[in-house]
Design a protein around this ligand. Structure first.
Ligand SMILES: Nc1nc2c(ncn2[C@@H]2O[C@H](COP(=O)(O)OP(=O)(O)OP(=O)(O)O)[C@@H](O)[C@H]2O)c(=O)[nH]1
Ligand SMILES: [Mg+2]
Length: 192
């Protein structure tokens, strides 16, 4: 999840070896529906499904519409049997101001999944190549100490996406399988 243009489709393409045609290089929001990519885990071999979502602050859709699309897709596809392993929220480290909507949307989604889901949430910062490392690190520190502090206290992690396959999988894998809280979404939760 994350704002439009944060690099969601890019991360998934890098992690799954796709050719990048799903990445938008224009100014308007690119991914308008849910896209899922199934790949075997690189070392463990079991199936993993990456779910690409439309960005919040989308050019054409409201945040509530987008949350509903995501939640409905999860319920429909997995009929309540699928567990969400990790929720990756992307934030551009080039952003010199913090919009309130990322936090609001993370909170709203986690409240759908249940509060114990917070350790399954990773905030991954993107676009490190576009900032001087020291500036990026200063911002990262400030974000951890202020805007993201409450989320971190509740068990959420912050990682960097460094545009590589290894980095993408580190973000996915840092949380050991057995520590993953079971997150289930039901129709009732979505309706509510
Ligand atoms: N330099 C740099 N560019 C990136 C990075 N991630 C994404 N981009 C570029 O940012 C633009 C948008 O990336 P997408 O992956 O399409 O973003 P998205 O979050 O899927 O956007 P929506 O589908 O609109 O929600 C593309 O031009 C990407 O090549 C990154 O880590 N570094
Ligand atoms: Mg996209």
């Amino acid at each position: 999840m994350g704002p439009t243009g944060a690099g969601k489709s890019t991360l998934i393409d890098v992690a799954t070896g796709q050719d990048g045609h799903t990445v938008g290089h224009r100014m308007k929001s690119h991914t308008s529906d849910i896209r899922s990519v199934r790949v075997p885990h690189p070392t463990l071999g079991h199936p993993m499904i990456f779910v690409d979502t439309p960005g919040f602050d989308d050019t054409y859709k409201s945040d509530t519409e987008i949350l509903t699309i995501i939640a409905n897709w999860l319920v429909k596809t997995h009929k309540g049997n699928g567990n969400l392993a990790t929720i990756i929220c992307l934030h551009r480290i080039t952003e010199n101001r913090m919009a309130g909507s990322l936090l609001k949307n993370v909170r709203m989604f986690v409240s759908l999944c249940g509060q114990e889901a917070m350790p399954n949430v990773v905030i991954a910062t993107t676009m490190w190549g576009e900032v001087k490392t020291e500036n990026g690190e200063r911002r990262e520190k400030e974000l951890k100490e202020t805007f993201w502090k409450d989320l971190l206290d509740e068990g959420c992690r912050v990682e960097r996406f460094e545009d590589t396959y290894e980095s993408a999988w580190l973000i996915v894998d840092r949380l050991a399988m057995e520590d993953r809280a079971k997150m289930r979404l039901t129709h009732e939760m979505v309706d509510r």
